[in-house]
Design a protein around this ligand. Structure first.
Ligand code: ASP
Length: 597
């Protein structure tokens, strides 16, 4: 039943038509969204990526053959329709449809292709099972929401490219078949045929290449880079993703931040028609942890954390007193006006919730509007201590207060999570706001319990802060890095740093991370050597384009902003990948899988 175009040319897209086009002769092509046969008159909704327009087939004006063809139309048939744009009668106007004031009176019709009944509904709110949607992704992608997201994504990437270009950045592609890049995840590997027994690694990021481009004197590099990380999939991860990757020579953190801010401004202008307030606020990692219990604080609402150890160390409450004695902290938040909204059951649920963040418990206090006080700990407190605590925390009638005692970072992190939970539960978050901010001065290293050694908090190429150099040998855990993250609404958008550009310092960093001299040279010798031939000071940044799209579209799932995403378990349900390879391919690669059944 398929037909050819035979010279028919489209005059435009379906939803571009409006009252201004009334009387015009048009030729549209698209898919049948819906057919309503009223007997003698057939209404067809024709859809393309611009939207939907109503086409009318009238038996009074059409020849029999064309009308009969119109009667045969079904959902998802592909049509070419010639007709005239007409104003709808007032009674027939559809205000919910952008083209609802007009319709196209068909004069000719060609069915370019028929379609079987699709296995999913092609409508935004359809409730089909996600596995089926992913298997038929090409049909899922016909839905207006997904199409608009992909179109917006293209616009956003375009805006970034234009901006980067205007700032003198050179777009450069770096290899996909490469060597392991240490970003902290597992590598995907590709066995080599020419070098049996050896593998390439897919890049976790173009980190080393972009630094080598700085050694090469390219000065300003960027790339929309595909990166691969073999992590256990979570809702907010995909095994492959795109990031805007950039690197600059002769710069300090502020210079890189300035460029990134400009890039984000151009994105928000293109996608939302809004200008950001620049420069963006900056907060040190230490302040973020102390005030928000998170290195990616959601600053759309207040409810800051306070450390009250000194205040409660002689309160009479042995749990807090003991914590203070043991060098732990007690931290607290006040939820303004929340007392009457939190039942005993809610308090118990919140106590269970914080325990999942490895603290022993939650101390809570609520003073209802009628003056009743409910609390898990007030009875142990002296009156003065309670007064002092309430005063410090600004806790008055109607408010609730929460306290946690534990090791500093453990307590702060759990409190940060509680703060977020309450923010959602009490509806304190302005969903319309975009709060962007920089988090700076991260620790250079993190202690890895499992391997009993330090690991790089960002990556091993990050420059320590000058004033902390001396502590690299004496107190490495205290060294801060010239690194910075960009956070939007509590989500980490990207990170970057000034890099180490001296071979000896880079070697010292590798040794802090537990590499011997030989191991460091074996893995990164090419880089250590490169640094000896005149490397400029340099730094850069990378941000995830998929995540950015999630924020711009208000989606909660990365899969909704990627054309062909992997399912939760890293497989592609449409192409059925990963898949076993053929016996002769295994032989050529000299590969043998030893899989226990
Ligand atoms: N390579 C880093 C990453 O992918 C970003 C950077 O430091 O530029 O997260």
């Amino acid at each position: 039943m398929a037909e050819f175009l035979n010279g028919w040319k489209r005059t435009g897209m379906c939803a571009e038509l409006s009252l201004q086009d009334v009387g015009k002769e048009v030729l549209l092509m698209g898919w049948v969204q819906r057919v309503r046969n009223m007997g003698g008159i057939i209404f067809v909704w024709l859809r393309d990526r611009s939207g939907i327009v109503q086409v009318v087939f009238n038996s009074d004006t059409l020849n029999e053959e064309t009308y009969a063809l119109a009667e045969s139309l079904r959902g998802e048939y592909v049509l070419a329709v010639r007709g005239a744009v007409a104003k709808r009668d007032d009674a027939a106007v559809n205000e919910h449809m952008p083209t609802g004031h007009i319709e196209v009176l068909a004069s000719e019709l060609r069915v370019l292709n028929a379609a079987e009944t699709p296995p999913i509904y092609i409508e935004d709110d359809a409730k089909d099972n996600e596995a089926v949607r992913l298997k038929y992704r090409y049909l899922d992608l016909r839905k207006p929401n997904l199409q608009q997201t992909l179109m917006l994504r293209s616009k956003v990437v375009n805006a970034i490219r234009n901006y980067m270009d205007s700032q003198g950045f050179i777009e450069t592609e770096t290899p996909i078949l490469t060597k392991s890049t240490p970003e902290g995840a597992r590598d995907f590997v590709v066995p080599s045929r020419i070098h049996p027994g050896e593998c390439y690694a897919l890049p976790q990021s173009p980190q080393i290449y972009k630094q080598l481009l700085m050694v090469a004197g390219m000065d300003r590099y960027y790339q929309v880079a595909r990166c691969f990380r073999d992590e256990d999939n979570r809702a907010d991860r995909q095994p492959e993703f795109s990031q805007l990757d950039l690197e600059m020579s002769f710069v300090e953190p502020e210079d890189v931040q300035h460029i990134v801010e400009g890039a984000f401004n151009s994105v928000f202008k293109a996608a939302k028609g809004m200008e950001l307030n620049l420069p963006l606020p900056r907060m040190t990692w230490k302040n973020a942890m102390e005030n928000y219990g998170s290195d990616k604080p959601d600053t759309r609402f207040e409810m800051k954390i306070k450390t009250v150890t000194d205040l409660v160390q002689h309160s009479g409450f042995s749990v807090f007193e003991k914590a203070a004695e043991d060098g732990q902290i007690v931290c607290a938040i006040t939820a303004k006006g929340a007392a009457d909204h939190l039942s005993r059951k809610d308090m118990d649920a919140l106590s269970e919730f914080v325990k999942t963040y490895h603290v022993k418990g939650l101390a809570w206090y609520a003073q209802n509007q009628d003056g009743t006080v409910r609390s898990s700990f007030a009875k142990f407190f002296t009156e003065e201590a309670m007064d002092a605590l309430r005063k410090e925390m600004g806790c008055v009638v109607g408010d609730a207060m929460f306290l946690i005692a534990d090791k500093r970072l453990v307590a702060l992190t759990a409190m940060g999570q509680l703060r977020l939970k309450l923010g959602h539960q009490l509806n304190l978050i302005n969903k319309e706001a975009f709060n962007l901010l920089w988090i700076t001065e991260f620790p250079l290293l993190e202690w890895n319990e499992e391997n009993q050694r330090y690991v790089a908090a960002h990556h091993p190429f990050t420059m320590p802060m000058n004033e902390d150099f001396e502590m690299m040998d004496t107190a490495p855990e205290k060294v801060r890095a010239k690194s910075y993250d960009l956070v939007i609404n509590g989500i980490e958008m990207g990170s970057g740093s000034i890099r180490i550009h001296a071979s000896d310092l880079q070697e010292r960093m590798f040794s802090l991370l537990g590499f011997t001299h030989e191991e460091a040279w074996k893995r990164f010798g090419f880089l250590l050597e490169a640094f000896k031939y005149g490397t400029p000071p340099h730094g850069g940044f990378a941000f995830g384009i998929d995540r950015l799209m999630m924020i711009l579209t208000g989606r909660e799932n990365l899969r909704d902003v990627i054309a062909f995403p992997k399912a939760q378990n890293a497989s592609c349900l449409m192409m059925d990948t990963p898949a076993a390879i053929q016996e002769d391919q295994l032989k050529t690669l000299k590969l043998h899988f030893d899989i226990e059944e």
